[in-house]
Design a protein around this ligand. Structure first.
Ligand code: NAP
Length: 312
């Protein structure tokens, strides 16, 4: 099992497996496809769960370049896989490769979980519902009751978070993105989900602001939960996204990054007296929901959590 955590397979390995040969063992019937994917903690989390459930299935990670996604999905299906997870950069392209989509995948415009039903491919999105569960777990609040600011709302994780907030009918949604145009596109989709076409203004439920100190200050005063969905903070040398002085004790700050466990944003927020959490709970809950789709039985959350705590 530790081999599956450490080994990153290739498309050639998957091709060989579809021909009943090669290094991917016959028990492997689940995998995450990504590019890059070697840092994924999903094999550790899912294999611990599969073992605890007494399932013979195992989960691997496979590096799949963007232009090869359709080929990889076809090979996995031919190899008799139960399903797949998709991560960077495949979540959007996968929409076009499914025969059927669940409501969330359609509304969020992204797929992170595939289920093979014979030749029929069903696409799901567990990132959005996973975020709802993560926020409830770490802060004991429901997204639908919170005024949320999403930093990086134009990225893959950020747009899913923002659109899930809209699906939850959050009372306020503030979208921030370095490239502001992307946040405006997400705002348009969010408004459709909220069934509102009101023009933007201070009292509108969806507001786009530039990544600038004065705009952040003004909006943070009317925010309960800040979600960082940018990749800024993964490196210790990364600059601050939000000036430390803008963070206040009444805020909840959720950083989707989990390596490092405490980013500079979380450190600043803790110093300000705010409640904080990193993205490990999102990884856990989206994974648990995917496992439930594949196995049609409850996921062993505690086992998965322990496996993540050990590897993260
Ligand atoms: P992505 O699609 O590449 O989006 C990256 C986002 O970060 C964009 O909004 C981008 O803004 C912004 N950004 C990058 N560099 C920046 C900078 N120097 N200043 C300001 N903004 C910057 O990546 P993603 O898949 O959404 O992932 C984003 C983060 O979420 C990553 O850290 C990832 O590890 C984390 N994540 C965690 C989980 C989990 O399970 N916890 C799941 C998914 C993602 P522009 O649009 O202007 O480029």
């Amino acid at each position: 099992m530790s081999d599956l955590q450490q080994t990153t397979f290739t498309l050639d390995d998957l091709r060989a497996r579809a021909e009943d040969r090669g290094p991917i063992a016959s028990e492997v019937g689940l995998a995450v496809l990504g590019h890059p994917v070697e840092h994924s903690l999903s094999p550790a989390m899912h294999n611990a769960a599969l073992e605890a459930l007494g399932s013979k299935l195992r989960y691997a990670k496979i590096d799949c370049p963007p232009e090869q996604l359709a080929v990889a999905i076809d090979l996995a299906r031919k190899a008799g896989f139960t399903g797949l997870n998709l991560t960077i950069p495949h979540k959007f392209e996968a929409l076009n490769l499914c025969h059927e989509l669940d409501d969330t995948a359609r509304q969020l415009g992204a797929v992170n979980t595939l289920l093979f039903d014979g030749s029929h491919i069903v696409g799901f999105n567990t990132d959005g519902p996973g975020l709802v569960r993560a926020i409830r777990e770490v802060f004991a609040f429901d997204l639908r009751d919170l005024r949320v600011m999403v930093l990086g709302a134009g990225g893959g994780a950020g747009s899913a978070a923002a659109l899930q907030c809209a699906l939850e009918k959050c009372p306020r949604l503030v979208l921030v993105n370095r490239t502001e145009g992307k946040a405006h596109d997400v705002a348009t989709q969010a408004k459709k989900l909220l069934h509102t076409d009101r023009l933007e203004g201070p009292d509108d439920p969806v507001t786009v602001i530039p990544l600038e100190e004065s705009a952040l200050r003004e909006q943070l005063a009317r925010t309960d939960l800040v979600i960082n969905a940018t990749s800024l903070g993964m490196k210790r040398t990364d600059p601050r996204l939000v000036p430390a002085a803008l963070l206040t004790p009444d805020l909840m700050v959720y950083d989707m990054i989990y390596r490092p466990a405490v980013t500079r944003l979380l450190e600043d927020a803790q110093n300000a007296g705010a409640r904080t959490a990193n993205g490990l709970s999102l990884l856990l809950h989206q994974g648990a929901l995917s496992l439930e789709i594949w196995l049609n039985r409850p996921a062993p959350l505690d086992v998965m959590r322990r496996a993540l705590d050990k590897t993260a």
